[in-house]
Design a protein around this ligand. Structure first.
Ligand SMILES: Cc1cc2nc3c(=O)[nH]c(=O)nc-3n(C[C@H](O)[C@H](O)[C@H](O)COP(=O)(O)OP(=O)(O)OC[C@H]3O[C@@H](n4cnc5c(N)ncnc54)[C@H](O)[C@@H]3O)c2cc1C
Length: 394
C-alpha cells in the first residue's frame, strides 16, 4: 500500500502532513521523525531560559487526523525503483509520494569537536542547564543563534564573550546599520564582542585565538551556521547543491519525490536559494503537500524571518543584496526599516528593527510590496508621512 510518506518531523514535515488532510487527502500519511520527542518549535530554544518546549501540536491532533507519527525512527535509504523508504530499524514504507523534510544540522569544524551546538531541545537543555550567574560562556559565531543565546545567557548572569570572524555581526543576512545597532546593545548589556577573531584551538577551559590570546571558558558553544541534511537524497542519486535541488513546485528530478524546508535549495526569482527560516519551512511544507496532490503552482512566497535579542525585534522580508543601497524609513521610538529597490524602482527587501513588534506592521506591508513588485519613489518610501499601505495601490 502506498500513500504519502514524509521523512523529517520538524516544522516543515508536520505542516505538510496537516495540509494533506486539510486538502482532503484520505490515504495513508506517515510522518517519520528521528527525534524521540513530539515535534516542537525550534525558535524558542535560543530565546528562553529555562528552554521553552513549544509543541507544534498536541499528540491527539496527529491521532485525530490519522497521521501515523513514527518517533525515534530514522529514514535510512530511499529505494526509488520500488518507491520505498527503508527505515534504520529495517522496516520499509511504500510511498506514492515522498517528501524529504530533514532540515539542517548545526555546522561543526575541525578542532572544535568539544564545542556544543544548539539545534535541538536536548542541546538547549544541556547548554542552559550548565549556565548560571558567573558562568564563563564563549560563543563562537556572531549570527542569530549565537547572539540570541548571548542575550539569554546574560539574563542568567553569565559572563558572555562572542567571537566573530567577520568584522561585523550577522553579516550573512542583515544590513550593517542594523548589525551595528545590535552590536551596541550587546556591548551595553555587558557582552564582550570580539570581531575579526580567528579561533585557533579549543582547550579544556579556554578558547585560543590566532593572535595568541586565550579566553577562559566554562562552556563553549559554536553558532557558526547550519548545513542541510541531504544524505538520503544524495544517496538516492538526486541532485544536491547547497540543499536538495527542487523546482518551483518543490519537486526533485524524481516526480514522486519532493523536498522542502531547511534541507532544500529552491528557485527564488530565478536564482537558487536555501533558507533557514521558520515561516518558510511552514509555507514550503504546505506548498509541498499541495504539490504532492498534483498542484502545479510555483512557490512564490517572499522570504521572511525574525530574531529577538533582549527587547529588540528584528524582521526581514525579501533577500537583501550586498550591492544595492539602503533607504531608511523612521518608524518612531528609534525603530526603522531599511528598504532596497531594484534598478526599476521595485521593492526588493526590507529589514527593520525596533523594540518588540515595532516594525511588524511595516514589514508585513513591505512583504506585499515585494511580492507585487510595486515601483516606489525613494523619497516617498523614506517619508514617515507616507502611509505604506497607500503604496500597495501602486
Ligand atoms: C535555536 C534556533 C532558533 C531559531 N530561531 C529562529 C527565528 O527566530 N526565526 C526564524 O525564522 N527561524 C529560526 N530558526 C530556524 C527554524 O527553526 C528552521 O528554519 C526550521 O525549524 C526548519 O524546519 P524544517 O522542518 O525544515 O527542519 P527541522 O526543524 O530541522 O526539522 C527536521 C527534522 O527532521 C529530522 N530528521 C533529519 N534526518 C532524518 C532522517 N533521516 N529520518 C528521520 N528524521 C530525520 C530532524 O531530526 C528534525 O527533527 C531557529 C532555529 C534554531 C535551531
Amino acid at each position: 500500500m502506498g500513500g504519502m510518506v514524509i521523512v523529517g518531523a520538524g516544522e516543515c514535515g508536520v505542516r505538510a502532513a496537516f495540509t494533506l488532510r486539510e486538502e482532503g487527502y484520505e490515504g495513508t500519511v506517515t510522518l517519520v521523525g528521528e527525534e524521540p520527542h513530539l515535534p516542537y518549535e525550534r525558535p524558542p530554544l535560543s530565546k528562553n531560559a529555562p528552554p521553552a518546549v513549544k509543541l507544534i501540536a498536541e499528540e491527539t491532533r496527529y491521532r485525530d487526523l490519522s497521521i501515523d507519527l513514527l518517533r525515534g525512527t530514522r529514514g535510512q535509504r530511499i529505494d526509488r525503483e520500488n518507491r520505498r523508504l527503508v527505515l534504520a530499524d529495517g522496516r520499509t514504507l511504500d510511498y506514492d509520494r515522498l517528501l524529504i523534510a530533514t532540515g539542517a544540522r548545526a555546522r561543526r569544524f575541525a578542532g572544535m569537536e568539544k564545542a556544543r551546538t544548539l539545534r535541538s531541545v536536548g542541546d538547549a537543555d544541556a547548554i542552559l542547564s550548565a549556565i548560571g550567574a558567573g558562568t564563563k560562556l564563549v560563543i563562537i559565531g556572531g549570527g542569530f543563534i549565537g547572539l540570541e543565546l548571548a542575550a539569554t545567557a546574560r539574563g542568567l548572569g553569565a559572563e558572555v564573550t562572542v567571537l566573530e570572524a567577520a568584522d561585523r555581526l550577522m553579516a550573512r543576512a542583515v544590513p550593517a546599520e542594523i548589525a551595528a545597532m545590535f552590536e551596541d546593545r550587546h556591548r551595553q548589556e555587558g557582552v564582550r564582542l570580539r570581531l575579526g577573531a580567528k579561533v585557533e584551538a579549543l582547550e579544556e577551559h579556554a578558547v585560543v585565538l590566532a593572535d595568541g590570546s586565550r579566553i577562559e571558558a566554562d562552556i563553549v558553544v559554536a553558532g557558526i551556521g547550519a548545513e542541510p541534511i541531504t544524505g538520503l537524497a544524495a544517496d538516492a542519486g538526486l541532485a544536491v547543491d547547497n540543499g536538495i535541488v527542487v523546482d518551483g513546485c518543490l519537486r526533485t528530478a524524481d516526480s514522486s519525490i519532493f523536498a522542502a524546508g531547511d534541507c532544500c535549495s529552491f528557485p527564488y526569482r530565478g536564482a537558487p536559494v536555501r533558507l533557514e527560516s521558520w515561516r518558510c519551512a511552514q509555507d514550503q511544507g504546505a506548498h509541498a503537500a499541495r504539490a504532492m496532490l498534483g498542484c502545479g503552482d510555483s512557490f512564490v512566497r517572499v522570504p521572511w524571518f525574525w530574531s529577538d535579542q533582549y527587547d529588540l525585534g528584528l524582521q526581514v522580508a525579501g533577500l537583501a543584496l550586498a550591492d544595492r543601497p539602503f533607504l531608511r524609513r523612521e518608524v518612531g521610538d528609534g525603530a526603522f526599516v531599511l528598504f532596497q529597490l531594484d534598478g526599476q524602482g521595485r521593492v526588493l527587501s526590507a529589514s527593520g528593527v525596533g523594540t518588540g513588534n515595532a516594525v511588524a506592521r511595516d514589514i508585513s506591508i513591505a512583504e506585499k510590496l515585494i511580492e507585487r513588485g510595486i515601483v516606489v519613489a525613494p523619497e516617498v518610501l523614506c517619508d514617515p508621512g507616507t502611509r505604506l499601505k497607500q503604496l500597495l495601490k501602486g
